[in-house]
Design a protein around this ligand. Structure first.
Ligand code: PLP
Length: 387
């Protein structure tokens, strides 16, 4: 249930916590609340057991931003110097730490993605990726699924190219975990970030997978303190968050296949209805009928001649966005859509829709009505693209 009267289609930004997750977390506030580091007493041991139940080769963090920082800075600074490769459409939680690393002497290549008229819009060209690797490349960071246009990168192939050259690979899998299969062995990735609040878990809890429990992939800690997490991340463990994240993951794995099929149907219905009412709306990113290339819960399209922000203002019952929540207050056009090759007007006319397992067909039908009404009012006013 969204806030009464609101249709929530901003699930790339965050998701509603599943009630079953809340139920799993509740005992950790009232009864099993001890510090997981307090192994001197029974409650502490119980908390530690809860955490151990949730972990394998995992460092628990406060979310994907921290996981990305730990992976990128922690690995690169430990290596000392060299070349790093990434992609222009990464989230700022990857691009910003890489920029900081550049300021302390690392060289960073930011690869473009393929444009709208190519066969694979939004995806990295593997040949260009291979050509970008240099003898002193130490790390590549490539997201699995994009938060604006849902593009799924060919990560297994990227990892293969890197493994042959002894280059470690970090993946920001924030939008992918719980939505598509993510198997670190099949992908061959060394470091992988994710966060609970994107798959109906609580905010403020994430994780970094580190291949080989940190014996091969060594990280310099970015938060020093009591030596928790094998010295890689100081701070009292967020037991409630970790239990909630584990439960949310369990639920996502149980229903992922059927949820994806339903969300893809609803997403396609939304796009069909919008185009039936408003005419052609160019799609941003990969084709909708290529499930291996695009997330089932993502739609991102242009409303030619209209301003996305005005469209949203004109339909206040809809909760959606024109791009990443982290840059929603910035007047800069989306760097993701710009990297895709869109001009300023095309970027400005674009909206992003993010569905979840809770999205209903009634909500989709109402959303297309509301947006079409908003678009017609704007057209009638003649206030097309805002300044
Ligand atoms: C791709 C991607 N990476 C990282 C983040 C940051 O995650 P968190 O809010 O857990 O720090 C987000 C969230 O918007 C995201 O979509």
């Amino acid at each position: 249930m969204s806030k009464p009267g609101t249709i929530y289609l901003d699930n790339h930004a965050t998701t509603r916590v599943d009630r079953r997750v809340i139920e799993a977390m509740l005992p950790t506030f009232e009864y099993e609340y001890a510090n997981a580091g307090s192994v001197t007493h029974r409650l502490g041991q119980a908390a530690q057991e809860l955490v151990e139940h949730a972990r394998s080769e995992i460092v628990f963090t406060s979310g994907a931003t921290e996981s990305n920082n730990l992976a990128l800075r922690g690995y690169s600074l430990r290596r000392g110097a060299g070349h790093l490769v990434t992609v222009q459409t990464e989230h700022l939680a990857v691009l910003a730490p890489l920029q900081k690393l550049e300021q302390v002497g690392f060289r960073v290549t930011r690869l473009p993605v393929q444009g709208p008229t190519t066969a694979c819009p939004g995806l990295v060209d593997l040949e260009r990726f291979r050509e970008a690797l240099q003898p002193d490349t130490v790390l590549a960071s490539v997201m699995l699924a994009n938060n604006e246009m849902g593009a799924i990168q060919p990560l297994a192939e990227i990892c293969q190219l890197c493994r042959e050259r002894g280059i470690a690979v970090h993946c920001d899998a924030t939008q992918a975990v719980g939505k598509i299969p993510v198997d670190v062995e099949e992908l061959g990735v060394d470091l992988l970030s994710f966060t609970a609040h994107k798959f109906h878990g609580p905010k403020g809890c994430g994780a970094l997978y580190v291949r080989g429990s940190g014996r091969r992939i060594r990280l310099q800690s970015q938060i020093d303190g009591g030596g928790q997490e094998l010295g890689r991340r100081g701070g009292t463990l967020n037991v409630s968050g970790i239990v909630g994240m584990a439960r949310a993951l369990e639920l996502a794995l149980e229903t992922r296949a059927e949820d994806s099929a339903r969300m893809a149907q609803l997403r396609d219905r939304l796009y069909r209805q919008l185009q039936a009412k408003l005419g052609e709306l160019p799609l941003n990113g990969p084709r909708l009928d290529a499930p291996g290339e695009r997330l089932a819960n993502n739609l991102n399209c242009q409303f030619p001649g209209l301003d996305g922000h005005s469209l949203m203002v004109g339909s206040p019952q809809l909760a959606l966005s024109s791009g990443s929540a982290c840059t929603a207050t910035s007047s800069e056009p989306s760097h993701v859509l710009t990297a895709l090759g869109l001009d300023r007007d095309q970027v400005r006319s674009s909206l992003r829709f993010g569905l979840s397992r809770f999205t209903t067909v009634e909500e989709i039908d109402a959303a297309s009505e509301l947006l079409a009404d908003s678009a017609c009012r704007l057209r009638a006013l003649g206030s097309h693209t805002a300044p």
